[in-house]
Design a protein. Structure first.
Lengths: 189, 266
């Protein structure tokens, strides 16, 4: 039994200190994923707050099949999405999912030879600002799907479960997100 | 595999959503076609640009705020663990809540007295010399004293708004009877301090804050004295009210306005 397993067991029996020790090293990574999804510091903090509360309340539902931290990340992602839904309304979120397939048209070939190199990308403030602007331009669904796939490494199947959409809608959301990001590099050609 | 599209390249990059045959076909096509390699390089550059965006970081007080609220939210025990909690813990939060409510009222009153006291002293001072910094008299200039008074009050109001936010969140999200009982006492304590801060804001000429705090009062009264209806209906009604009025957003926006050093967007 690992230290984390032991803490999970103690926390399940109401040991608040064990829960805190289990989670406290994770709060900043949780904040980072929530902030990537919400693009708003206050919403991200609320998402982490809600996630910790929900994790504590539903600790008995944690069946141990997944890593505890993975479970906690999923709860945080859901809390971040819930914050967005509350902010923008469930209808908008569903409307995002119902968007037509406008990501099918190819876009990578355009001016592919003139793209900035890795060093320019890493150090370029102007590029960074443009990418951030594109992230802001994405719909909640596009950004959530992209963050989960690209930054969180979740599979399409997992993302479908989290976002409650089908595989096709999930793929399209990621395609549209990548397409918008590609737009951030276009003016540099 | 027919013509390879950008969408295929994206799935290939993540090794997700494609069969093994499709992955192999794209791999071979990449080896054979410089144009396709250029498109794939464009995709990689695009994703690298996303990686280059700094990871959002919370401010230094983040953990303290998170755990402070978590303690407040959970001190009566998680709702689905009510059988695991010993009976004495049922009384403990009530005692704590009562003590905290008393401390809050006393703290609020002290803050109010401090703010009004500094304001009173300022009113007795001749305006000219006091507005000049570094007069060598040993007493801080009036603007500094006013700043201190404002900051003292602001700090208390921010803490008050955070606690109000916590109480609202608990009322909306929790179905634990013990937790809700403690929450009612917290709301009652907040009601008293809310009135004090509204008065202080009015006296300080901050009509916007005073109005907002006055708008909170009916909600705090409701939270402190919930109608004896079905708990689910009650929490649903409250949830609707909070959603429709965007109350949580207003609470956070007001906190952010008072506390400008805390970033509100990334």
């Amino acid at each position: 039994m690992t230290v984390d397993d032991e803490r999970v067991a103690r926390a399940r029996n109401g040991d608040r200190d064990a829960f805190r020790r289990l989670v406290e090293g994770e709060t900043r990574p949780l904040y980072a994923v929530a902030a990537r999804i919400t693009r708003d510091a206050a919403l991200a903090e609320d998402a982490v707050q809600e996630a910790l509360f929900n994790a504590w309340r539903h600790l008995r539902d944690f069946d141990g099949r997944a890593n505890f931290k993975t479970w906690l990340h999923r709860i945080t992602v859901n809390a971040a999405l819930e914050q967005l839904r509350r902010r923008s309304g469930r209808e908008q979120f569903l409307a995002d999912a119902a968007q037509t397939d406008d990501g099918a048209e190819d876009f990578l070939a355009a001016h592919a030879d003139d793209l900035p190199g890795p060093e320019q990308l890493a150090g370029g403030r102007e590029i960074g600002l443009k990418v951030q602007a594109q992230l802001d331009r994405m719909t909640h669904l596009e950004r959530s799907a992209f963050v989960l796939r690209h930054h969180e490494g979740q599979s399409l199947e997992e993302i479908c479960g989290v976002l409650a959409i089908n595989v096709s809608a999930c793929k399209q959301a990621i395609f549209r997100a990548v397409r918008k990001l590609r737009g951030a590099l276009e003016p540099l050609r | 595999m027919d013509a390879i599209r950008d969408t295929d390249l994206i799935l290939y990059h993540y090794r997700d959503g494609l069969s093994a045959d499709e992955l192999a076909a794209i791999g071979h096509a990449l080896s054979a076609s410089a144009a396709l390699r250029a498109r794939y390089a464009a995709l990689q550059a695009t994703l690298l640009a996303a990686d280059a965006v700094p990871v959002p970081a919370a401010d230094t007080e983040f953990e303290r705020r998170i755990w402070q609220r978590w303690e407040a939210q959970t001190e009566a025990g998680p709702s689905d663990r009510r059988h695991a909690i010993e009976p004495r813990t049922d009384r403990r939060p009530r005692h704590r809540a009562g003590t905290r409510a008393l401390l809050r009222v006393v703290g609020g009153a002290l803050a109010l007295v401090a703010a009004l006291g500094v304001g009173f002293l300022l009113g007795r001072q001749p305006a000219g010399p006091m507005l000049t910094a570094g007069t060598g008299t040993g007493s801080p200039p009036a603007t500094t004293q006013r700043d201190i008074a404002t900051r003292v009050l602001d700090a208390y109001v921010v803490a008050h708004l955070r606690e109000t936010e916590g109480v609202v969140l608990t009322a909306v999200n929790s179905d634990n009877a013990a937790l809700l009982a403690g929450n009612r006492e917290l709301a009652a304590g907040l009601l008293e301090s809310n009135r004090l801060y509204a008065q202080a804001a009015t006296r300080a000429g901050n009509a916007r804050l005073a109005n907002f705090l006055q708008q909170l009062e009916p909600l705090l009264i409701e939270l402190a004295n919930p109608a004896p209806t079905d708990a689910i209906q009650g929490s649903d009604g409250l949830r609707d009210y909070v959603d429709k009025t965007d109350l949580l957003f207003q609470l956070r926006a007001t906190q952010a306005r008072i506390e400008p050093q805390r970033p509100t967007s990334i």
